[in-house]
Design a protein around this ligand. Sequence first.
Ligand SMILES: [Fe+2]
Ligand SMILES: [Fe+2]
Length: 188
Amino acid sequence: MENEQPTSVLKSEHQIILRVIEVLKHLVVRSESGVAFERESFGECVEFMRLFADACHHAKEEDLLFPALEARGIPRDGGPIGVMLEEHRIARVLTEQMGEALEAYDRGESGADSQFHTSARQYADLLTQHIYKEDNILFNMGDNLLTGDDQASLCSKFCEVGCRAFGGKTRDQLVKIADTLETRWDMA
Ligand SMILES: [Fe+2]
Ligand SMILES: [Fe+2]
């Protein structure tokens, strides 16, 4: 990936995240209309969001891209990076809430399904808008500011992150969760 831009790596991860968001939204609509609460698939969506969207993808942005952008003059506080970090924080809270709602559902608590629907919708809305802002605003600013050396160094560090395990799963195994969900629900 020698000439690859770090932002294009992140943009392609956004597309994978958006595919799982589409499945999540589809299953929430289905569940709200009384068809079925798809516990297993919801669990897989939450696991994917926790490990791929957050531990793998947001970590690359927070630990690697954003500090590089700050070093090239994009402000953190009161600027676009601060907004992105705050949205990551809210996404983490919503992911946790989805997980807790699933546990409550397993315990047979009433209202757990609608709690899950609410957090899932908020997560889907937040992350869709967040990804739009990164793809169309912040990453364009970054492409203009980062030097060739910055970009090469970020790409090689991204590769190191990509080789880690997230909750015992490799990046490829997590991408497979997205593929499996899409195929299962005929959304590929
Ligand atoms: Fe982000
Ligand atoms: Fe992102």
